[in-house]
Design a protein around this ligand. Structure first.
Ligand code: SF4
Length: 226
């Protein structure tokens, strides 16, 4: 069975894991060279292929597929969350399900469509039982996000939740203390705004007001009048 027909067949019966690996192989073939082992110098397709085939940490063993990120690779806004959950692992896309719908609504509230931003996570593979990422997993996976930020070159990053914020900023501060200030990420000193994770807002809807304040700050940092 040829590649396209096999993919269509596998998709029809719902075997997305095989599809993802198949695409990874194709992406690797498209670049027509040895895989680049170091994300530092990778271009976008190389980076996608590296992530799709990554086995740098133990999370590669139980994933359905990697979750690279989604959206505009030249976006002004980058949204960074923690790690894929069960639905994200199944679909291969970050922030799907109820938390994703709430994120879409938050973005709409500030005049942005999901397709206009780039959404990624600190980790590209799902931790079992949605446990917090281990430090060695973050260490292995962060170069991918760092390279994504370098290639997207956003005007700002919005960090969603404690785990994303602490790992992006190398901080152990509580999220409540990180909010309300503009931080910076990386050598390019991309501004970072910290706010609550949509999954937390689903449990604590009264905190939505604070997220609104954070998004007003983000609009102002991005040079978009709130
Ligand atoms: S979590 Fe990151 S480092 Fe670990 S296997 Fe997945 S892509 Fe690789």
């Amino acid at each position: 069975m040829g590649g396209a027909r096999q993919r269509a067949y596998l998709e029809a019966i719902g075997i997305t894991a095989w599809v993802a690996r198949d695409r990874a192989v194709e992406a690797g073939e498209e670049i027509g060279a040895e895989p680049v082992p170091d994300p530092v110098a990778a271009d976008w397709p190389q980076l996608q292929a590296q992530v799709a085939g990554c086995a740098r940490c133990e999370l590669s063993e139980n994933r359905t597929q990697t979750v690279f990120g989604v959206g505009d690779p030249a976006a002004d806004w980058m949204i960074v969350g923690e790690a894929p959950g069960a639905e994200e692992d199944r679909q291969g896309e970050p922030f799907v399900g109820r938390a994703g719908q709430l994120l879409n609504a938050i973005l709409r509230a500030v005049g942005l469509r999901r397709e206009q931003v780039f959404i990624a996570n600190i980790l590209k593979c799902r931790p079992p039982q949605n446990r917090d990422p281990k430090s060695e997993e973050v260490e292995q996976c962060m170069p991918y996000l760092q390279r994504q930020v370098e290639l997207v070159r956003p005007k700002l990053i919005v960090a969603l939740g404690r785990v994303a914020a602490q790992n992006l900023l190398g901080s152990s501060e509580a999220i409540g203390r990180m909010r309300g200030r503009v931080h910076v990420f990386g050598a390019a000193e991309i501004p970072v705004i910290v706010t609550y994770h949509p999954a937390y807002l689903l449990r604590s809807p009264l905190e939505k007001r604070k997220v609104w304040q954070d998004m007003q700050m983000a609009l102002s940092v991005a040079g978009q009048v709130p």
